[in-house]
Design a protein around this ligand. Structure first.
Ligand code: HEM
Length: 399
């Protein structure tokens, strides 16, 4: 294929509830298609559910952003943090060891132990909504503060600083913010966390970061930079994603009153509904990239060493061979084999926490405000077509 014939990868959705049509056409015409990225580099777009899972389980594909073939979607603003990689960009043994050190904080059991506190946080925010003026922006009133507060308490980051780090993480995941602004946001966030981690080293409080300091020191494996990087990735990954899913899930239920009514009658089905909402929206639709470290044959295509691959998770999650009527939002589908949290070694560390947060928010919101409705025409909703993670910038609701 000549360079001109390689299509540019569409990264903006035209329908808010469906992946870009071009991605679907890849699935039909060339499930592994060579594409041009916004940076001008080329990479392979992977669309079949089976290929995605095979690729993400194959150690010959690296997550290292330092590799020149890595398929960046926007110019890099986080060159080598401090010489040490983030969890999401580690490979092999290094990744396995770093993940093992922290995975105990994210088990189903640990997430379930947070249920009562999450419920309290959700109730307090709904109390404030009910006591305040209408309409209200659900993003600011509920979607963003709930996961933000939960991750702050878990990590031991003062929530009073949420305005500071929310603004900076929003810049980091934006595709359109000027590079200088992103670079500054990155620097400021790191400086903030650097001080926080230093405080934990001097006074290890009973929170995730404090516990990690004590545990790793005891094992003799502690180092400041790695802890700084861990705090950075957990703080960033832990709130934007879940916040966007809370807004989009609420919107989907408002648009489907019969489905919402059925769910309200059977709240024990909310967890299955959450799983389907995760599949349906696949908010990190372009967020998973890798680079081949050797020549690899995948789905009949030879991917050469050094070539990048972009997982089109949204198309994988609508693969007709795996999900029947895949474009339908079927809250009773009960399919947990989606790839909205990725797959393989890097599969989302916070998935159990995200599921519980979504379950509690959706159950409580519609129980306590059954008359909830959109406060603007649906066409006026500002979807995040400019971010790396899909969602809503604002979500005006009333009741
Ligand atoms: C990894 C999605 C919530 C922490 C990932 C990956 C995806 C993802 C697709 C895989 C990236 C890759 O393979 O390169 C989501 C979605 C969420 C969510 C859709 C919400 C609905 C969270 C939360 C936390 C979190 C609440 C933290 C508390 C992480 C971390 C990784 C990760 C640390 C990297 C894991 C590793 O590299 O081993 N997430 N995430 N995520 N996520 Fe999430």
């Amino acid at each position: 294929m000549t360079a001109d014939a390689i299509p540019s990868l569409d990264i903006v959705r035209t329908c808010p509830y469906a992946p870009p049509a071009q991605h679907r056409s890849f699935r039909q015409e060339a499930p592994i298609a060579k594409v041009k990225l916004p940076t001008g580099a080329t990479a392979w777009a992977i669309t079949r559910h089976e290929d995605i899972r095979t690729l993400l389980s194959d150690p010959r594909f690296s997550a290292s952003r330092k590799n020149p073939g890595f398929p960046h979607l926007s110019p890099l603003v986080m060159p080598a943090l401090n010489g040490k990689p983030l969890l999401i960009e580690m490979d092999g043994q290094e990744h396995a060891a770093a993940r093992r050190a922290v995975v105990g904080e994210f088990t189903v059991k640990r997430a379930a132990a947070l249920t009562a506190r999450i419920q309290q946080i959700v109730d307090e925010h709904i109390d404030a909504m009910l006591a305040g003026p209408r309409p209200v922006d659900l993003v600011q009133a509920l979607s963003l503060p709930v996961p933000s507060l939960v991750i702050c308490e878990l990590l031991g980051v003062p929530y009073a600083d949420h305005g500071f780090f929310q603004a900076r993480s929003a810049l980091l995941v934006s595709r359109e913010a000027p590079l200088e602004a992103k670079g500054l946001a990155f620097f400021e966030l790191l400086s903030y966390l650097d001080k926080l981690v230093t405080d934990k080293e001097q006074n290890p409080t009973d929170d995730l970061l404090g516990r990690q300091v004590l545990k790793l020191r005891e094992e003799g494996t502690y180092d400041h930079e790695s802890m700084l990087n861990l705090s950075f990735i957990l703080l960033i990954a832990g709130h934007e994603t879940t916040a966007n899913m809370i807004s989009l899930s609420t919107l989907a239920l408002l648009k489907n009153p019969e489905k919402l009514a059925a769910l309200r009658q059977n709240p024990e089905k909310t967890l299955a509904a959450v799983e389907e909402l995760l599949r349906y929206f696949t908010i990190a639709e372009l967020g998973v990239g890798r680079v081949a470290t050797e020549d690899v044959e995948l789905g009949g295509v030879l991917i050469r060493a050094g070539e990048g691959v972009v997982v089109l998770a949204n198309i994988g999650n609508r693969d007709p061979e795996v999900f029947r009527d895949a474009d339908e939002l079927d809250l009773e589908r009960g399919a947990r084999n989606h790839v909205a949290f990725g797959f393989g070694a890097h599969q989302c560390l916070g998935q159990n926490l995200a599921r519980i947060e979504l379950q509690i928010v959706l159950d409580t919101l519609f129980r306590r405000i059954p008359e909830l409705r959109l406060a603007v025409p649906e066409e006026k909703l500002p979807f995040k077509s400019d971010a790396l993670v899909y969602g809503l910038h604002e979500f005006p609701v009333t009741w």
